[in-house]
Structure formats: structure tokens, C-alpha cells
Ligand binder design. Structure first.
Ligand SMILES: O=C(O)CCC(=O)C(=O)O
Length: 294
């Protein structure tokens, strides 16, 4: 579906102005949209997984551990494929205000793609360098949207998501090296052409929803506060968007229709997209392992 088609449908969770702002800027943030009860449930799940991680000494299918992780001081960078880890994470994906926001931004027929929970711990460990999402998981069109919910307050010192307005209408940049190895970062020469100074910091209280189009240039700085920044991120698309390469982090629900009906026709956007590595063959760690080289 095109933005014009999507905007024809009445809004559900967002205002029409918020939807228009998303399509114009490539992102939108809405404070406190997820009710406190859901934030508490998700936080309890998150804390239980952090507790479980204490027994681990290396990353595995579920946990991406930072180099300083220890039993006394867990430093999980990412809980992968959350919807496969606990039914509550899946319930949130397909039966919550998140599903409504997804429908507001991709249209009434909504396909689920992937999910993760990123932790940004105090210190410089979890800087996320400037990147676009879609080069890692290309689709036949650019409807995919990453929806995030802050589980706690995110002020400027917590390393909020930073998004470059209008960059979704600009070029898609390469995120690999000359030899095809994956970096997950936009090269400096390309970044010189981008107005990074214009980036907006998406701050907000617990339950704030951030929506980032799959072409939008984004990243985040270090966490200079003394508390962790947990950010739950789910990707959805219009049902008529089809992935044309294996996903980096498949889940048991990848490709499920969570609202409306499956598409009978694929929507093909003519704008080209670089080809990523075949993740099914080479495997994928996380944005942190890619950007930090392991
Ligand atoms: O956690 C963040 O600050 C950024 C997350 C992100 O862009 C990603 O995981 O692709």
C-alpha cells in the first residue's frame, strides 16, 4: 500500500496529524501511548530474562551479551526474537495498542516480521551507529515500520533514538564493505551527504511509542545516565510487502498476518535496494556484533 492508500483508512490509535507526520518525516513519537498495565507486564518479563541471563557466560540464540556481562552485573545487549521467548511478548505484538499503531501506519492488513528488546546500559557499550533498517531485510516495498516502546523514561542523557527527518525519501545507502561483509553502518562518505545535525531525539516517558520507517536514517548515542534504557522493538509491514531475502532474526511468527487479510497481490516499489548477505547461510548476531565487528 502507498501512504496515500493508508491515510484513506480512518485512524485507530494515532491522530491523523501523527500519521501524516510519520509519512512526512519518516518517524513519529507519541508519549505514553502504551498503557501502564502493559508497560508493567513487559517490564516484569524483561526483568525475568535479565535474571535468567546471570547464569550465562556467552551469547546464545536468545541473548546477545555485552563483553562486560557477568552474573553479578548482567549486561544483555539484546533479547532476540522476544515473541518466541514468552507468549506475553506475542500477545503484545498481535493484540495491543501496538497492533493498532501498526495498522495506522501500514494499512488494515498487517504482517508481523520480527521483534527484539534492546538494552542500552550506562557507558559507551551500546552506541548504535547511523544506519537504515531495510538494507538488512529487504522487502518488495518500503512499508515496513519499526515500532518501539520505551519501558522506562528516556531523557536526552539515556541515549534516545535519533532520527534524521526526511531521510526516508533520500537514497538507500550500502551497509557492507567492498568484499560484501556486513557492517550495518552507513559509510562516512555517504554520511557527509546527510544533515545529521537535523536529527530529532525521540525522548519520552514509560509507554512512549516510537515509529521509524524502514528507510529512515537513525542511531543512538551512549547512555550517560545511571540507569538502563530498555527498548522493545517490533517490525510490521503491509501484508502486500514480501521479504525477498531470509530475515536476519526469524521468529516462529515471521510472516504472520496479525490484522486483516493476507495479500493476493504483491506491491512492488521500483526504488532499488542493495542485496544483503544471505543470513540463512551465514547467520546474524545483532546490530551490536555487526557494528562493533563481533
Ligand atoms: O537501540 C537503539 O538505540 C537503536 C536500535 C536500532 O536502531 C536497531 O536495533 O536497529
Amino acid at each position: 500500500m502507498t501512504p496515500e492508500d493508508i491515510l484513506q483508512h480512518p485512524p485507530i490509535a494515532l491522530s491523523q496529524a501523527q500519521r501524516e507526520s510519520y509519512f512526512e518525516n519518516g518517524f513519529v513519537a507519541v508519549d505514553g501511548l502504551v498503557p501502564a498495565e502493559w508497560v508493567q507486564r513487559l517490564t516484569a518479563r524483561s526483568e525475568a530474562f535479565l535474571e535468567e541471563s546471570r547464569s550465562l557466560t556467552q551469547s546464545n540464540e536468545a541473548f546477545d551479551l555485552g563483553p562486560d556481562h557477568s552474573a553479578d552485573d548482567p549486561r544483555v545487549r539484546r533479547l532476540r526474537a522476544t515473541v518466541d521467548r514468552h507468549p506475553e511478548f506475542w500477545e503484545f505484538a498481535c493484540n495491543s495498542v501496538f497492533t493498532d499503531v501498526a495498522a495506522d501506519l501500514v494499512g488494515p492488513d498487517v504482517k508481523f516480521h520480527s521483534a527484539k528488546l534492546n538494552y542500552k546500559w550506562p557507558g559507551a557499550g551500546e552506541i548504535v551507529h547511523w544506519h537504515q533498517d531495510i538494507p538488512a531485510w529487504p522487502h518488495t516495498n518500503y512499508s515496513p515500520v519499526t515500532l518501539g516502546v520505551y519501558l522506562d523514561t528516556v531523557d536526552p542523557e539515556h541515549g534516545p533514538l535519533l532520527c534524521v527527518p526526511g531521510s526516508h525519501e533520500g537514497p538507500l545507502f550500502r551497509h557492507d564493505n567492498e568484499d560484501g561483509s556486513w557492517r550495518g553502518i552507513i559509510a562516512d562518505d555517504d554520511l557527509d551527504t546527510v544533515d545529521l545535525e537535523s536529527a530529532a531525539a525521540l525522548t519520552g516517558g514509560p509507554g512512549t511509542v516510537v515509529a521509524i520507517n524502514c528507510r529512515t536514517i537513525h542511531g543512538s548515542h551512549a547512555n550517560r545516565s545511571d540507569s538502563v534504557r530498555p527498548l522493545l522493538l517490533y517490525v510490521y509491514s503491509s501484508a502486500d510487502a514480501f521479504a525477498w531475502m531470509p530475515p536476519p532474526t526469524p521468529t516462529h511468527h515471521t510472516g504472520d498476518i496479525v490484522r486483516g487479510n493476507p495479500a493476493r497481490t504483491a506491491h512492488l516499489d521500483p526504488r532499488p535496494c542493495p542485496v544483503p548477505p544471505n543470513w540463512a547461510e551465514q547467520g546474524y548476531g545483532s546490530i551490536f556484533t555487526a557494528q562493533q565487528g563481533g
